[in-house]
Design a protein around this ligand. Structure first.
Ligand code: AHG
Ligand code: MN
Ligand code: MN
Ligand code: MN
Length: 337
């Protein structure tokens, strides 16, 4: 029997540090600690009805959403894992109204961690894939963070990733040198490199959108989706398939695995809030990952990563995935079709 040689997350990060020298030890530690927290979240997710984490917490978050117990528990797991390491100035999350400064009893560092602790909460109680999304920024003013410290365009991210809690638990990560996926080996507790150098095909025959909102969409999206639905007899002269998991992490992971376009457009119901997804901890980290895998990500008008954030929980329209489809639907917005 020969030794099975596997690259773990730790080995991968140390090799990145050595080869690209763009992975300071503090950032490597931060990624490892977030990955460890995702293992604990995965444990609670997989317990389901056998554990204590199903159902609602009976509280509301700043988004006006009823929090699930797992939203709150996942948030606490990430805060508890990351507050003492000495590499963060502060954290922020979908589930907290404002920033969480590192308690004064701990040393502070130069990074900011912002996350969606549990993405796809509506799927928790029905056993459909959910996830965690995180983004790492440098704190512009040393280690004294304010809420404004987080308001940086997505191009300033130094790392981003997600964990998808599905049939397998997979961590997908970028530090600016491509995208790599690691599958959790539950018996050993290690993240094993199983998806090296993930790439998104430039073309696709698959799209993801919540079609129940169609009557609310603006014309460019209506035109784009109608053309996809027209199939071979329509202007695209091809049949398209549709998927909508209602967990951004699951839909994006499918797109990273086999291509596709994911859309959560602005619609007429909330003219002041473009769509549902949040810029800082959903759109930005996912856009960084998608671009690093050869895809594209816009809000219909501009590259998501170049948007200057105005507030921590601001929403943004999202079109991301296979480059040629994202460019097409963005063109329809520009042409005002
Ligand atoms: P969260 O559970 O973190 O609030 O995010 C849910 C988001 C995203 O994961 C998903 O793509 C979208 O909501 C689904 O929205 P609809 O339920 O409107 O389809
Ligand atoms: Mn939510
Ligand atoms: Mn989310
Ligand atoms: Mn969430």
């Amino acid at each position: 029997m020969s030794l099975q040689r596997r690259t773990t997350l730790t080995k991968y990060l140390i090799e990145q540090q050595r080869e690209n020298n763009n992975l300071p030890a503090d950032l490597r530690l931060l990624i490892e600690v977030v990955a460890r927290a995702c293992k604990l979240i995965s444990y609670h997710v997989s317990k389901g009805a056998l554990g204590e984490a199903l159902g609602t917490a009976g509280t509301e978050n700043v988004q006006g959403e009823v929090q699930k117990k797992l939203d709150v528990l996942s948030n606490e797991i990430l805060l508890d894992a990351n507050e003492w390491g000495g590499n963060l100035a502060a954290m922020a999350s979908e589930e907290m109204e404002t920033l969480f400064p590192i308690p004064s009893k701990y040393p502070r560092g130069e990074y900011l961690l912002v996350f969606d602790p549990l993405d796809g909460s509506s799927n928790i109680d029905v056993n459909v894939s959910i996830g965690t999304i995180f983004s790492v920024l440098r704190c512009p003013n040393g280690s004294e963070a304010t809420e404004d410290s987080f308001l940086q365009p997505g191009t300033r991210q130094v790392a981003a990733g997600y964990a998808v809690y599905g049939p397998q638990t997979v961590l997908v990560l970028t530090t600016g040198n491509g995208v790599n996926g690691f599958t959790l080996d539950r018996e050993l507790g290690s993240w094993v490199l199983t998806h090296p150098n993930m790439r998104i095909p430039e073309d696709t025959r698959e799209y993801a959108i919540n079609a129940s909102n169609a009557r609310h969409w603006y014309p460019p999206v209506q035109q784009y989706v109608n053309e996809l639905m027209a199939g071979k007899t329509g202007p695209r002269q091809a049949d398209f398939n549709m998927r909508w998991v209602a967990s951004m992490v699951a839909d994006v992971h499918r797109i990273l695995s086999r291509g596709g376009i994911f859309m959560y457009p602005a619609d007429r119901r909330t003219p002041d809030k473009p769509g549902k997804l949040r810029l800082m901890y959903e759109a930005n980290p996912m856009s960084f990952i998608v671009e690093q895998a050869g895809g594209a990500a816009t809000n219909g008008r501009q590259r998501i990563l170049e948007i200057e954030p105005k507030s921590l929980h601001e929403r943004v329209a999202v079109f991301l995935g296979s480059k040629n489809e994202v460019e097409r639907v963005t063109r329809y917005h520009e042409e005002g079709t």
